[in-house]
Design a protein around this ligand. Structure first.
Ligand code: MLT
Length: 411
């Protein structure tokens, strides 16, 4: 019989969001009339911007004409999209990033897992606690960890606690780690990082030969001009960072799928024989072998994000979700709960009331209020006692969900 990748057997229970979906399905099957409102997974609800739809329709028509039909595209993405990204997301913010360093893909989640293909298995790895579970689970699957202990922490990973006590900013380790995952604006806590804080991480990474995996999937929600959108706004980051970006949350592409990863040329890793190897070359090789690119139609839709109309439309979308986040913050604060995040981020991180555990609060909200959120403990042991509420939903649903929660839980 064929053997399996035993590392998968080390994974704790289900992946967080399918596990939530399983509990919600069980509840709705037992209570088919319950008007459930989902503020759990950060999945967008508002329609795609008109500019993106128009561009995609035109692209579909290109595919219907022999002269403009497209077969396989470049594995790295079409140059017109990569150039638009480089100009608007990087050069306009003073970042020295070239179109050739941008790899268009079908998701920041996929890329943040796939990137491990080009790294060795003997790296020391640091994650925050709580953390977006994909960073941990993909390292478990790749065999980069030991088993999980009773609190769910995997051997071989360095967990850096983030909490209200340290402003949700991971402390720089006093030992050397090779790979560091940072996510700002943060999923799940909604915290942001200042230039100075990121500079400290970049300085640490350069001093230790570490690589920072910087997940900036939520950068579009930053409204405070002093907060960096990209790690490449930080001096020296080209020598130590890879950045993941997405069109999912700014332009509503969660179902359409388009994202990109930035791997600067000249960023190096070490081979077993001690020689330096350019990571760009390895990632390019990996993508050419394992990936055939994002569809032409979707890339045209993503390109339209950078048009004048597209920019205006995504600003409206982001303002809409941020207003939802503000409503969540205000209502829960008024109900006596302690809330964090939700200002430059679409997630509000809430202390579960009355000393409830995260999953207890999840079950109470589901059963008593028919509202779904995400238990903080699902993001790591240090998330226990917290709860994440996503601002991605209609205004009507957010207002109704807050009313139901404050009616039941006001203290
Ligand atoms: C989340 O809810 O944390 C995100 O939707 C997950 C993701 O973007 O993959």
């Amino acid at each position: 019989m064929a053997t399996v990748n035993d590392n998968y057997l080390k994974l704790k229970a289900g992946y967080l969001f399918p596990e939530i979906a399983r509990r919600v399905t069980a509840f709705t099957e037992a209570n088919p009339d319950a008007p459930v409102i989902k503020l759990g997974i950060g999945d967008v609800t508002e329609p795609l911007p008109q500019a993106c739809r128009d561009a995609m329709i035109a692209a579909v028509n290109d595919m219907g004409d022999r002269d403009s039909f497209k077969g396989y595209g470049p594995e790295q993405g079409y140059l017109w999209l990569r150039e638009a990204i480089a100009a608007n997301d990087f050069k306009a913010r003073g970042c020295d990033i070239d179109a050739s360093e941008i790899f268009v893909s079908d998701g920041a989640k996929c890329d943040s897992g796939n990137i491990l293909d080009i790294f060795g298995h003997d790296n020391t790895i640091a994650v925050t606690d709580p953390v977006y579970p994909v960073y941990v689970d993909t390292n478990v699957m790749a065999g980069n960890t030991g088993d999980a202990d009773d609190s769910g922490k995997y051997g071989g990973l360095t967990y850096i606690p983030i909490s209200a006590d340290n402003d949700f900013m991971a402390a720089i380790p006093d030992t050397k780690v090779d790979l560091i995952y940072l996510c700002f604006p943060n999923n799940p806590t909604g915290a942001t990082a200042t230039k100075e804080q990121l500079q400290a991480w970049v300085d640490y990474a350069r001093a230790n030969g570490s690589i920072i995996f910087f997940d900036a999937a939520y950068e579009a929600f930053i409204t405070d001009d002093s907060i960096p959108h990209s790690i490449f706004e930080i001096e020296g980051a080209r020598d130590c960072a890879i950045e993941f970006r997405s069109f999912s949350k700014n332009a509503g592409f969660t179902g359409t799928r388009c994202a990109f990863t930035v791997v600067p040329k000249g960023l190096m890793g070490k081979a077993a024989d001690g020689s330096d190897v350019e990571l760009w070359k390895l990632w390019n090789r990996r993508q050419c072998t394992k990936f055939n690119g994002v569809s032409y139609v979707v890339q045209r839709g993503a390109e339209a994000v950078y048009s004048e109309a597209g920019q205006a439309q995504i600003k409206e979308l982001i303002a809409f979700y941020l207003e939802n986040a503000a409503i969540v913050r205000e209502q829960l604060t008024a109900a006596g709960m302690e809330v964090f995040g939700g200002v430059n981020a679409p997630y509000v991180w809430v202390k579960a009331p009355a000393g409830l555990t995260s999953w207890d609060f999840f079950d109470k909200l589901l059963h008593n209020c028919n509202v779904v959120g995400t238990p903080g403990s699902g993001f790591g042991a240090a998330g226990e006692g917290y709860f994440r509420i996503s601002a991605f939903n209609s205004r009507e649903n957010v207002v109704e969900a807050m009313k139901r929660i404050t009616d039941k839980f006001s203290v």
